[in-house]
Design a binder for this molecule. Structure first.
Ligand SMILES: Cc1cc2nc3c(=O)[nH]c(=O)nc-3n(C[C@H](O)[C@H](O)[C@H](O)COP(=O)(O)OP(=O)(O)OC[C@H]3O[C@@H](n4cnc5c(N)ncnc54)[C@H](O)[C@@H]3O)c2cc1C
Length: 434
């Protein structure tokens, strides 16, 4: 049984954001005390850890999740809320890289991940303002060619019939911006309140029997004869299996795993609530929008008619001097009609990417890990726990399909990888301007 909550709060202890301010009332989970023996210890309370907790508990494993801060404190509580089906690479790229059979198997998993998200939101009655529809907007005219090719591959190879290709007029009817030449709309994607999704998954995991502990940082873990001993700042967990679900924050716990990911700071703003007519005119179908730029602009409307806009990345550790201005200039390029609109919130967080843009997933004995979703974690991270629990229970075929995706360590080692990578990323970002 999970310990009973000790208080109900709305937004304390989270970095200030629109999402923290509009989080559903939720339990503060007690820190770990003393020693506990379980089948599975999960480290990290974002989508990866929460879905692992939910699926492990549903399979009958005794399960404890520990989060160093609060549930959804990391990327899962501050992301753009865009549920974009598929992997970071398109279907055509995957066919070219892996051949038809393997690409179809991987694509099939991504579609299952999409269905899994909508199904779990419905099944656990998670109040996270979930809406359907995602539009990938073509920032350059030339992008329409590969989008047309992508749609052809989606339909003819993958049998995927959820997308429509829009021309310039179609794009203008979808987003009130001069910037887009067309795009691909996927009616099975969508958007949601990310922190409320995390909170809902935590409730579901507890209801399934998992114990959830907040404000408990695992400092180290080691395999012993008695099991894997996880030492925290509070107590200790001895487990048969461990799931490392720390994503961008894994470095302190496991420097080896951290070599495969690079945290890239990404920023968001929320405008003041817009007049109803203005809000409706911006995105009439209320879909999520992201564009084809290397440094992606992504945006959507909130239920209280704010524009939530993400744009601009920083490859150096220092935050922008003024986060509002940093993101707002991207917003005004897309929507100059918002020049007089106030911005009420600005926040940011690290998005972890891999060299290949496929997640880095695997196991070392009884220690499982998954991270580096490269901007696709709303759907994929929420699903990884299912594959991890499945592998733990003895069927690893689907887990292995993902674990075998190629990722390499970032070049340059711990100290050098950042400057080398910054140079490469700046070059790609520059290409957006050409
Ligand atoms: C600004 C931003 C915008 C994004 N937009 C989108 C989007 O629109 N769509 C999309 O699909 N993806 C998006 N992403 C990516 C997505 O949010 C992530 O892929 C996903 O949330 C990763 O989930 P996670 O559980 O693996 O990691 P996280 O949510 O980061 O969770 C990791 C947790 O581990 C905890 N932790 C770390 N170390 C320890 C320790 N030693 N002991 C205990 N706990 C520990 C941390 O406190 C943290 O809460 C965005 C990310 C950011 C930052």
């Amino acid at each position: 049984m999970s310990p009973s909550p000790v208080a109900i709060i709305t937004h304390h202890d989270y970095p200030l954001s629109y999402y923290a301010d509009t989080a559903n009332p939720h339990a503060v989970r007690p820190a770990l005390e003393g020693q506990k023996q379980v089948d599975v210890c999960i480290i990290g309370g974002g989508y990866t850890g929460l879905s692992a907790a939910l699926h492990c508990a549903e399979r009958g494993f005794s399960t404890a999740l520990v989060e160093s801060k609060r549930i959804g404190w990391g990327a899962s509580g501050r992301n753009g809320g865009q549920a974009i089906p598929g992997w970071r690479h398109g279907a055509r790229d995957m066919v070219d890289q892996f051949g038809v059979e393997r690409a179809k198997a991987l694509f099939g998993l991504a579609i299952e991940a999409r269905d899994h998200l909508w199904d779990r939101i419905a099944r656990h009655d998670i109040q996270c303002d979930a809406k359907r529809g995602h539009f990938l907007a073509a920032a350059k005219k030339a992008d329409l060619d590969w989008l047309a090719d992508e749609q052809e591959c989606l339909e003819s190879v993958m049998g995927y019939r959820y997308t429509s290709l829009l021309d310039r007029a179609g794009a203008a009817a979808t987003v009130a911006s001069e910037r887009y030449h067309g795009g691909l709309i996927d009616k099975s994607g969508g958007h949601l309140h990310p922190l409320n999704l995390a909170i809902g998954l935590a409730d579901a995991a507890e209801a399934a029997g998992a114990a959830v502990h907040e404000t408990t940082r695992i400092q180290k873990f080691e395999q012993t004869r008695a099991g894997i001993v996880c030492e925290s700042n509070r107590g200790r967990i001895i487990a048969k299996y461990v799931v490392v679900a720390c994503d961008s924050y894994v470095e302190e716990l496991d420097a080896g795993l951290a070599k495969r990911i690079m945290p890239v700071a990404n920023y968001n703003i929320a405008t003041e609530p817009l007049e109803e007519d203005l809000a409706r005119s911006l995105i009439p179908g209320d879909v999520a929008v992201s564009d084809t730029r290397f440094v992606v602009n992504y945006f959507r409307l909130s239920p209280d008619r704010r524009l939530l806009f993400g744009g601009g990345e920083k490859y150096t550790p220092t935050p922008p001097d003024n986060t509002v201005d940093f993101v707002r200039r991207h917003m005004l390029k897309v929507f100059p009609q918002l020049a007089e609109t106030e911005v009420d919130y600005a926040w940011g967080g690290p998005v972890s990417i891999t060299t290949s843009r496929y997640p880095h997933v695997g196991r070392q004995g009884n220690i499982f890990f998954a991270h580096g979703y490269s901007g696709q974690g709303v759907i994929l991270a929420s699903f990884m726990g299912k594959l991890i629990a499945e592998a733990m229970a003895g069927t690893a075929e689907r887990f292995d399909l993902v674990a075998n995706l190629p990722t390499r360590a970032f070049p340059g080692g711990r100290l050098l990888r950042s400057p080398l990578y910054v140079a490469a990323m700046l070059w790609y970002a520059l290409r957006d301007r050409l």
